[in-house]
Write a protein that binds this ligand. Sequence first.
Ligand SMILES: Cc1ncc(COP(=O)(O)O)c(C=O)c1O
Length: 338
Amino acid sequence: MRRVDLRSDTVTQPTAAMREAMATAQVGDDGFGEDPTVARLEARYAALVGKEAALFVPSGVMANQIALRVLSQPGDVVVAGRNQHVVEFELGAAARNAGIQFATLDDRRGVLDASAVAELIAAEAHHRPHVSLVCVENTHMPSGGTPWELAELRELAGVLEGRALHIDGARLFNAVAATGVSAADYAAPATTVMSCLSKGLCAPAGSLLAASAELIARARVERKRLGGAMRQVGVLAAAGLIGLETMTARLSEDHHRARRLAEAVARAFPASSYDPGTCRTNIVAFEHAAPSQLLDALAERGILADTIGPTRVRLVTHAQIGDEDVDYVTDALDTLTR
Ligand SMILES: Cc1ncc(COP(=O)(O)O)c(C=O)c1O
């Protein structure tokens, strides 16, 4: 039976070019700042997002947590979307690691309303805690991989009155592929920006956090405190470099395939009111009354899907999903409901 794994783009395998680059990577002790491949990767990402410096970290969660720690103090308010990864999918890490409290806003459209953020900032003058930071997610995973429009991001940045803005860009390059906005233009209004190498870009591990040189020096200390300093990690950075250099260009293929799945989902589950037009990148996220039954029925056909809420199902395309896999899944969805 065919196996089609749509649970996440994190299931991607490193490419042959990555494995070769890993085998031959020049490495050193990154604890002493002596790994030349890590240095190249950090410089490359910093250049792509137009920041002074970057830091290679083990995971996207750690990149977000370090951003919280360098941009806020315990007790501060961090504004974020109700469903964002940093709020809902990091197992309370923000409370544990940064001692902040979230003020969460509606993010069903994938974006935050600038006027709602401005209201929270204005509330400071009325005995409310200090808002130090706003976090956005681009693309926004739970709403179905929604990319931010640059104008909306700039509008949001315009109301912050000097507060910091962090972009959780775990899938920033998907947003770039979908909108044509460059990574640097997206990152320009932000204080810090992070991206994952181990999702659509196929590297086996690692994320990058970029900001000013001063903030990245502080981020380096926080990485050490969280136990994320690594040694001859150029073997991973080498794969990450291939991801940044060669894998971003193919992301729109994943987007086309996700769109085909989105249309099949809308046909199969009209009760979900799912609009396939909202699928602009590689994630199809839709409401379903009985997700575990659906996941079981798909699994019987070798199709793996996942849930991101009690009634929310997610299908994610990536480099290991081809057109024939999509044909197979759309056929299965069509027959499931017949
Ligand atoms: C939007 C977003 N941010 C952060 C992360 C965390 O990345 P990691 O799994 O590498 O810790 C994820 C992972 O799925 C994500 O989707």
